[in-house]
Design a protein around this ligand. Sequence first.
Ligand SMILES: *Cc1c(COP(=O)(O)O)cnc(C)c1O
Length: 408
Amino acid sequence: MKITFSPPYIDDDVISSVEESLRSGWITTGPKVKELEEELERRLGVDACICVNSWTSGATLALRWLGVKEGDEVIVPAYTYCATAMAVIDAGAKPVMVDINDEMTLDVEKMKQAITSKTKAIIPVDLGGQPCAYDKIREIVESEEIKSLFNPENENQEKLGRILILSDSAHSIGAKIGGKNIANLVDICVLSFHAVKNITSAEGGAICLNLETFDNKALKVWYKMMTLNGQTKDAFAKNQAGAWRYDIVAQGMKINMPDVNAAIALAQLKKYDYLLSERKRVYELYRKLLGEYHWAILPQQNIPYIQSSYHLFPLRINPITESQRDELIAELAKREIATNVHYIPMPCLTLFKQAGYKIEDYPKSWDTYKREITLPLYPQLSNLQVEYIVRNVVDAYYKIMDKDIKVI
Ligand SMILES: *Cc1c(COP(=O)(O)O)cnc(C)c1O
């Protein structure tokens, strides 16, 4: 039985939605993007969502809105996909990396210690769809002690009056705390619709605005303009007969989402409740089957108050060495089961190593990485396939450990 890691969910509804867009005569940003933005706003309970062409570009634009500049610091976990830090670099600031906790998310105590007068934003990552401790993070950035460190240097920072909380919700579109979506619990939430994510548009993302001291709907107009090179009229409006004149009023980016892509995400979003419940089924079956093994450290059990979007099943194994873990992945690959590692800590990547980040400073990230193997998790997986995967993980694990015991 061949098991792929994370195939996109493409059914007849997705195909019809794309076909409709292709046949409509309008394929770039237009009615489908508008509909997707409105559907996101409704589902997430926020005033303004702006679709873009990736998480990376969306987070970069949000940080540019905040006006971060050289010398400014943005706190990110060391244990994430590199894009979290790349957006900070792209916006012209410095990523300050912080180690993770047992839940594989930002260690809030270490985050607090990392805050300086240069800190302008914090980007917690909802790893695997598991929401971060936003109540604690908010309490810290809103405390007088931390607020007094904040050094506003432009109008937006002045109006915000504290460090910005921007969630990397690339995995967590469906995650909730106390019945509220993540977008409702942070200042700005950025989603990814990359091909392997919960909802996909092939490539894409969305910026969700929930800034208490701002008019988010008015800000949306600015953000939309900035996704189109700072142009006052989008192509759809400009295309109407006679409406040719436009102006460029700011140095924007070119990061708009095409309608053809929005069509894919829109069809998926309309059945997201079903897709999420299927992800939950797979997640819980893994937990049940692997729960029998003392060496299997399972990702968090979800309680009604804190709901994951079941994006990944990050299994940690104890005991295991890094090379045994690699062997386990290779052994499963031989059996045609694709697995993955989330993540290689950023300080282990060349760009960051060269910039002086050292993995020794992030022991928990390293320890998590060397024991981690991510199992396939998507709605299309049948219970039979999940049982098959677990049987093979267990078998491959004992095969590798047995061999190593004999060597000793
Ligand atoms: C996928 C991913 C991103 C980047 O998303 P893009 O849409 O590809 O830019 C950022 N952060 C995390 C945690 C991701 O998994």
